[in-house]
Design a protein around this ligand. Structure first.
Ligand code: ADA
Length: 569
């Protein structure tokens, strides 16, 4: 399944999970030797969805690699082949013929094949996870591992009728107190003759709208309408009420799930359904030693159970669009989510390059398009630690703000900055978000002074700490909490920061860096023992460190240092 619920009652969906033929192509010979038509033999086998960098001998392989599988189709009008995510460049062939290509890991794409023959088909994908400093997002400078692979499900949908629903985007909002759903859907005709049919839109099983529509030969029609649902229960972290929307057209249907909540920014505060919001969150990469980016669903369920045990109310999907199933689970559990594109650490020289600015806008668009219906998403983040203290950074932020607002005027926008008071882009967004590591990378200023400084700078906008934390190697203990890399040091640095935050009524909240230890780029080994980013509250196998227990106590209103109860703002 590519979602945590069924997305259709009518279409057949064949998931291509399994062992695919696999051939790395370090010399990049595959195109010239037409591997899409003659796959090298004998081939290795690799599990899809997955990454190749968890399996010797490909632990550090970066470059092109080819995958092949087979599937069969019965008689049908057309078939759609969906990819949940390929990191990062994908070129796809069906039966030796090119279907198309896609750039942008962590985001979905699909191809529609008209009139495919019934029987066996061969699907070949060339995946390239090469990262560079001038064309790719993310770039080659990273603090996470540059995994390559077909990292999320691939599935085929045969379409047995001429008209089908190509997409459905739901934007939930609460307008003048009334839960409202803005619907955009695209209906497509896959036949060479015009067709006419009825569409029907249901909310929680009740027919809300219907109409007849004519589609030209191979034509399409966009439906745009809003439905009001007065009286339906709102979504909130305490009561994550969800609602099901279903669109039907000529024997096809698509299902999406959503929830209604009102998010507004007023001065220094953010309100959720009229109540002052406080973020108590953690940052989380999609990473595990055995799975890389391609986390199985049971691990997502486990991670969320750990987060609930910890007592946080929010996740930041640092630093890229997360698996939609994780977002579905956050919707169900009432965990607030901040999502961002992997525009991480780009310099002004990079941001000046059109290809990067265009790719960033395209990725932002695709992320919002994919995830707009999730009630758990309370804000979009445009980037992380880029040159937002330069005019080049400002131009890119302007472009991204415009892109995001065009698609989703309902959610606040922000970006995570490490430029402090030198940042020149905060006026363009709704929330001032800062990453800061006092007590770890920096010892020249206290948290209290930093927060005073940032408050003065943020003026009448909400202030959010999108990252803070310290390194601690699991199992490394010291009698003295001043010993760097010990669990004791990490827990102390975290608690010091939390104590400073607790005195600030004007702080929207914080996200700890980070949920668990994550594999990082080998070039960072000197500052990253084990080649891991060791700032996790848990280690990479999800075993808790002292910092986990300290935060858990803190979130229950008990000071880990004095054991006394206190009130948090
Ligand atoms: C940055 C960055 C994170 C991580 C962190 C760290 O703030 O955004 O991805 O690299 O620093 O651990 O230093």
């Amino acid at each position: 399944m590519h979602r945590a619920f069924a997305t259709t009652t009518r279409r057949q969906q064949t998931y291509l999970d399994g062992l695919w033929d696999f051939c790395p192509d370090p010399a990049d010979r595959g195109f010239a030797e037409e591997w899409y038509a003659r796959f090298p033999s004998p081939a290795r086998k690799l599990w899809v969805p997955g990454v190749w960098n968890t399996i010797p001998p490909f632990l550090y392989y970066e470059g092109p690699a080819w995958y092949r599988t087979h599937f069969s189709l019965g008689p049908c009008e057309a078939a759609v082949i969906h990819f949940g995510s390929v990191t990062h460049q994908a070129n796809v062939w069906l039966d030796g013929e090119p279907l198309g290509e896609h750039y942008g890991g962590f985001l979905p794409f699909s191809f529609t094949v008209l009139g495919p023959k019934a029987g066996e088909h061969e699907l070949v994908v060339r995946v390239d996870n090469t990262h560079d400093m001038t064309t790719t997002i993310p770039s080659a400078s990273l603090d996470w591992f540059r995994y390559g692979g077909i990292t999320r499900p691939v599935w085929v949908e045969p379409l047995c009728q001429p008209g089908y629903i190509a997409s459905m985007r739901l934007t939930p909002s609460v307008e003048r107190g009334v839960p409202t759903l803005h619907v955009r859907a695209e209906l497509v005709n896959v036949r060479e003759e015009s067709i006419r049919g009825e569409w029907r839109f249901y909310a929680d099983g009740t027919l809300m709208r219907s109409d007849r529509v004519s589609l030209q030969a191979f034509g399409s029609e966009v439906l745009l309408f809003a439905v009001e649902l007065p009286g339906v229960a709102l979504w909130s972290p305490d009561q994550p009420n969800l609602h099901v929307a279903r669109l039907e057209f000529m024997g096809d249907d698509l299902i999406e799930r959503t929830g209604f909540r009102d998010i507004s920014v007023v001065g220094q505060e953010v309100f959720l359904n009229g109540e002052r919001l406080r973020i108590r969150g953690v940052n989380r990469h999609e990473d595990h030693p055995d799975w890389g980016f391609a986390l199985p669903v049971h691990l997502m369920v486990k991670d969320l159970a750990i987060l609930q045990d910890l007592g946080v109310n929010a996740l930041r999907g640092a630093h890229y669009p997360n698996d939609p199933r994780l977002l579905d689970l956050c919707d169900e559990k009432g965990i607030l989510f901040m999502e961002e594109i992997p525009l991480w650490g780009f310099s002004s020289e990079q941001l000046r390059l059109d290809i990067l600015a265009d790719r960033a806008a395209a990725m932002l668009w695709a992320m919002i398009e994919r995830d707009i219906s999730h009630p758990c998403i309370w804000a979009w983040s445009l980037l992380n630690e880029c040159a937002t203290d330069t005019p080049e950074g400002r131009l890119v932020v302007e472009q991204l703000v415009q892109t995001a607002r065009e698609l989703d005027p309902t959610r606040p926008l922000t970006f995570a900055s490490n430029r402090g008071t030198a940042d020149i882009c905060f006026d363009l967004v709704d929330i001032v978000s800062v990453n800061a590591y006092h007590g770890w990378y920096r010892h020249d200023m206290t948290w209290a002074d930093f927060l005073d400084q940032m408050r003065a700078y943020a003026g009448d906008k909400p202030l959010l700490i999108t990252e803070f934390g310290a390194g601690g190697i699991y199992g490394c203990h010291a009698l003295d909490e001043g010993v760097l890399w010990s669990e004791e040091y990490q827990a102390k640095a975290l608690t010091d920061a939390l104590e400073a935050f607790a005195t600030r009524e004007d702080l929207l909240g914080y996200y700890v860096w980070q949920f668990c230890d994550t594999r990082t780029d080998p070039s960072r080994a000197l500052g990253r023992p084990r080649s891991y980013n060791n700032k996790g509250l848990l280690n990479e196998y999800r075993l808790p460190k002292l910092a986990y227990h300290a935060l858990k106590k803190w979130l229950r209103g008990e000071s880990p240092q004095t054991g006394q109860s206190f009130t948090q703002y």
